[in-house]
Design a protein around this ligand. Structure first.
Ligand SMILES: [Zn+2]
Length: 350
């Protein structure tokens, strides 16, 4: 009897053990499946995505000027105003000025000698520069339309230059005051390219972003975007256009508007075609009225200002639609030739 009891007990134990093991086995298998198939793929994938996709810094409404996009398809708003102060003889937005001073001072402390050669430029002044260029091209025998289109490849179209923001400055080495690719070889430019982000500035038109910026490589043009965004753009090798594309992708409802392009002519329209100047008549001696291509939205005062003689622009070799954001200074031209615009007032900004 005792033996039978033991046998039954053994069988019962075996059954329990079997069921337990079987259950454990299923559970283990289930966990294994979950572990091998579901969990790792999802969790690791999410982690990898998060690791690869850094958080896009977004500025507050109050600081929206920092990331303001001004380019050929996004002209500056006519009613945009800012407070201007002088930095090293050039006017800049007060909100970007202190960091610019700091950057220049720190570069000098390193034994370098960077100097600003252009900063804030009013829309009116840009109109003058543009009209001078149109006339110059007409003087070469082009009709008005041809001259107008040619001028757009040499001089930034009024309203589309980042210099209108007061947040951009052209900086060159004192020992090499030349605005061409060779500027990148100066010790000053190397230092600026490596360190400007620490002061909230970015090299705005890098050599590998021309298709996005529509501006030629300009190893001298720096734009204030604030320290947080500057660091993000620098570390992720992005230009400002790419930053906006990322924002539009992240929140189309809020930032998608940036994908809408505005034709610059909507801001400063073309005037009626004019006859080309007589060959014997130098373009600079044209009457002021001939140089104005303004619509009624500009005041008489602004038209007069635009008609004033401004610095002339030289030729610059450009390809396709890529142009320069800078005018008046071209290769082999001393950088200081563009004088500070003494007529600048906040009211003049359109
Ligand atoms: Zn510039």
């Amino acid at each position: 009897m005792q033996l039978m009891k033991n046998k039954k007990l053994l069988i019962a134990l075996a059954l329990v053990l079997c069921v337990t093991l079987s259950g454990c086995g299923k559970e283990a298998k289930g966990n294994e499946e979950e572990h091998n198939v579901i969990l790792p793929v999802v969790s690791q994938g999410q982690q990898t995505q998060e690791e690869q996709k850094p958080q896009i810094p977004v500025v507050s409404e109050e600081e929206s000027y920092k990331t303001m996009l001004v380019n050929i398809t996004h002209p500056i708003a006519k009613d945009y105003t800012m407070e201007l102060v002088t930095v090293a003889g050039y006017k800049m937005d007060v909100r970007a000025a202190e960091d610019m001073r700091l950057m220049l001072d720190d570069a000098k402390a390193e034994g370098l000698d960077p100097i600003i050669c252009s900063a804030y430029r009013s829309v009116d002044r840009q109109i003058t520069l543009f009209n001078n260029q149109v006339k110059k091209q007409q003087g070469y025998g082009l009709n008005y339309d041809e001259a107008f289109e040619k001028a757009k490849t040499v001089v930034a179209y009024p309203g589309t230059s980042e210099h209108h923001t007061g947040l951009a400055a052209d900086i060159v080495a004192r020992s090499h005051q030349v605005l061409d690719d060779s500027q990148e070889n100066t010790a000053e430019q190397k230092w600026l390219m490596e360190n400007s982000w620490k002061y909230g500035y970015i090299l705005r038109y890098p050599s590998d972003k021309c298709d996005l910026t529509k501006i030629i490589y300009e190893p001298w043009h720096y734009r204030y975007v604030g320290k947080e965004v500057a660091q993000y753009l620098y570390e992720n090798d992005l230009c400002l256009e790419e930053y906006w594309l990322q924002l539009a992708d992240m929140d189309p409802e809020k930032y998608g508007y940036i994908l809408e392009e505005i034709t610059p002519e909507q801001i400063v329209p073309k005037q009626e075609p004019q006859p080309a100047p007589q060959p014997e008549q130098p373009p600079v001696e044209e009457t002021p009225q001939d140089s104005v291509i303004l619509d009624d939205s500009f005041t008489q005062e602004q038209q007069q200002a635009a008609a004033e003689q401004g610095a002339d622009s030289g030729d610059q070799t450009v390809e396709n639609t890529v142009t320069s954001d800078d005018t008046g200074i071209t290769d082999a031209t001393p950088a200081e030739e563009l004088p500070v615009d003494e007529t600048i007032t906040e009211d003049a900004i359109v």
